[in-house]
Design a protein. Structure first.
Ligand SMILES: [Zn+2]
Length: 478
C-alpha cells in the first residue's frame, strides 16, 4: 500500500511538471515591425520575369544537351531590363555560368551577398497544361519553368536593386548580386564566385540564397504561416556497396548469392537508422513553432527531456521531412546484378544517396555503413560526398535584419530557423561567412511547392510583386 501511494505521488508530480512546463511554453512577445509600403513598378517586374522565362536556360550534366545561345540570350536582356544596375554596379563575370554585380555602398566593411540561380531543370512538355517557356499569363498567374525556382527571386533581386538605384538609394554596405547558371547540376558557377571573393579578400557579413519559404501546415499543430530560414544544410553523399565474386552458373548456386548478401546488407542498414540528432536549427524550430502548436504537441515540445524517445520513434516510423530533420538519411536508389538470368553476377552493387546531418562526416557515415554490411566482402565506397554546412548564427544582427524584412512583408508569418534538407549553392559560402541564410522570398502553397522541378510550374503575379518588395526591404537594411 505504501509503495502504491509512493508511485501514485510520483506520477502526480510527473504529470504536474509536464502540465506546468506545457502551460509556460508560450510564444515570447515580439516587437511589432513597421511595414512601410515599397515603391516600385510591379507590372514591370512581371513583364521582366515573363521575358526571362522565354530563355530556355536548361542545364544538363551532359553539356552537349545545353543550348549556350539561350544562356547568352538571357544575359543580353539584362542591361536594357535593369539599366540602373548596369550603370552603377560593376559587372564581373568570374566564370562562364556566373554573373556578379558589385554595388558599392557607403562602406566595404560588411558586404552582403544576394544570390539566385538562372538555370532551370528540364521539362516534360507533354505533361504540362501550357507551354513551359512561353511566359503565358492567365488569371493573374504566370506560367513557366523557373518562375518559382529561381528566376522569380533572380528578377526580385535585380528589380529591387534597379528601383532603389533609380530612387537615389546607396546601401550602407557593399552589396554583391551573385547569380549562377548551373546550380541545378551542382556546377562551377557558385564556387567560381566564391573563389573570386577569396581572391579579392571579400568576407561576406550576410549571404542570402534560396531555401525555406513562407509556408503553411508544415509543422504539427501550427496554423499560422511560417517563414522558414535555413541556417544550415545537410551534406549530400553517394555510396556504392559492391560485391565481387567468381560468378558461376545459376544452376549450382552457393547458399547465399551476391544479390542475397547485398539485400541482407541493405535490410540491416534500413533496420538501423542513423541516430536521432537534435541540431541547433531543429531545436530552435521546435522551440519557436512548438510554442504556437496545440496543447498535445506543446506538451511534447516543452518536455523533450522525456519525450525524445517518443519523438524519435514517431520520426522513424513516419519517415519523410520530419525524420530527415533529425537524422542522417539513407535512400537506396540503384542496383545492378548480372546481365543474364542464368549467370551469378561476378560484380553486383547497390547505390544509395545519403544526406548527412550536422555533426556527421562523410568518412564517419561510410564506416557506419561498412559495419552494418556485416561482411568484409561487401565494399562501401564513397562516390561523392560533402560534409554538412556549418550552422549560421541567429543571435546577432544579420539574422534579426532578415527576420524584420520578412515580417514587414508577410505580416502574419512566424519567422523560424530550420535545417535545409536539400542542397543549395549557398553551401559553398560556409568557409567564407558565418551568416549564410537560405530563404526563398515567396509564400508557397503545398501545391506550388510540388511544382518545383515538377509539371505546370507557375507563379501568381502578386507573389512576384511581394518578392520585389521584400528585396527592397532587405537591401535597405543591409
Ligand atoms: Zn531547383
Amino acid at each position: 500500500m505504501v509503495w502504491f501511494c509512493l508511485i501514485l505521488a510520483a506520477l502526480m508530480v510527473f504529470i504536474t511538471v509536464l502540465v506546468m512546463r506545457t502551460t509556460a511554453f508560450k510564444p515570447e512577445a515580439e516587437e511589432p515591425v513597421a511595414s512601410e509600403p515599397e515603391v516600385f513598378d510591379g507590372d514591370k517586374a512581371v513583364r521582366d520575369l515573363q521575358q526571362l522565362i522565354r530563355c530556355k536556360t536548361v542545364s544538363y550534366r551532359d553539356k552537349s544537351l545545353e543550348n549556350d545561345a539561350e544562356f547568352a540570350k538571357l544575359e543580353a536582356l539584362l542591361p536594357a531590363m535593369f539599366p540602373h544596375v548596369h550603370q552603377v554596379c560593376e559587372f564581373i563575370k568570374p566564370g562562364p555560368r556566373s554573373l556578379l554585380f558589385h554595388w558599392k555602398g557607403k562602406s566595404a566593411e560588411a558586404p552582403g551577398v544576394l544570390m539566385a540561380h538562372y538555370d532551370v531543370v528540364p521539362v516534360n512538355e507533354e505533361l504540362w497544361d501550357k507551354p513551359a517557356f512561353e511566359g503565358i499569363i492567365e488569371n493573374n498567374v504566370l506560367w513557366g519553368r523557373g518562375t518559382l525556382d529561381t528566376k522569380g527571386t533572380f528578377v526580385g533581386v535585380l528589380e529591387a536593386a534597379d528601383n532603389l538605384i533609380a530612387q537615389g538609394f546607396v546601401p550602407e554596405n557593399d552589396l554583391y548580386l551573385a547569380f549562377a547558371g548551373d546550380e541545378e547540376i551542382s556546377g562551377e558557377g557558385a564556387p567560381t564566385i566564391v573563389r573570386w571573393f577569396n581572391e579579392h579578400g571579400v568576407k561576406p557579413a550576410f549571404v542570402l540564397d534560396e531555401g525555406g519559404a513562407v509556408v503553411e501546415k508544415v509543422f504539427p499543430g501550427v496554423k499560422q504561416p511560417c517563414a522558414l530560414i535555413g541556417i544550415g544544410e545537410k551534406g549530400p553523399m553517394d555510396v556504392k556497396l559492391t560485391l565481387d565474386t567468381n560468378g558461376g552458373h545459376a544452376s549450382t548456386p552457393p547458399p547465399h548469392t551476391p544479390v542475397g548478401l547485398l539485400a541482407k546488407a541493405v535490410t540491416n542498414i534500413e533496420k538501423h537508422p542513423f541516430p536521432f540528432t537534435l541540431t541547433p536549427p531543429a531545436e530552435q524550430m521546435f522551440d519557436i513553432l512548438g510554442r504556437r502548436s496545440t496543447f498535445l504537441y506543446r506538451m511534447i515540445f516543452a518536455n523533450l527531456w522525456c519525450f525524445k524517445p517518443v519523438l524519435n520513434l514517431f520520426c522513424r516510423l513516419s519517415g519523410g521531412e520530419l525524420n530527415a530533420l533529425v537524422r542522417t538519411t539513407v535512400a537506396f536508389t540503384q542496383m545492378q546484378g548480372s546481365a543474364a538470368s542464368n549467370v551469378l553476377p561476378p560484380h553486383a552493387w547497390v547505390g544509395a544517396n545519403l544526406r548527412l546531418i550536422s555533426g556527421e562526416t562523410v568518412e564517419g557515415a561510410r564506416k557506419r555503413l561498412q559495419k552494418l554490411c556485416g561482411s568484409k566482402k561487401i565494399k562501401v565506397d564513397v562516390v561523392m560526398g560533402m560534409n554538412p554546412s556549418p550552422i549560421s548564427r541567429t543571435d546577432d544582427e544579420p539574422y534579426q535584419r532578415l527576420s524584420k524584412a520578412i515580417r514587414a512583408t508577410w505580416t502574419d508569418a512566424v519567422v523560424s530557423p530550420y535545417l535545409m534538407l536539400a542542397c543549395s549553392d549557398s553551401r559553398h559560402y560556409g568557409p567564407i561567412s558565418d551568416h549564410v541564410y537560405r530563404f526563398s522570398a515567396m509564400a508557397l502553397s503545398k501545391e506550388e511547392r510540388g511544382m518545383i522541378h515538377g509539371n505546370n510550374e507557375r507563379i501568381p503575379l502578386e507573389t512576384i510583386k511581394k518578392t520585389v518588395a521584400f528585396y527592397q526591404r532587405i537591401i535597405k537594411s543591409c
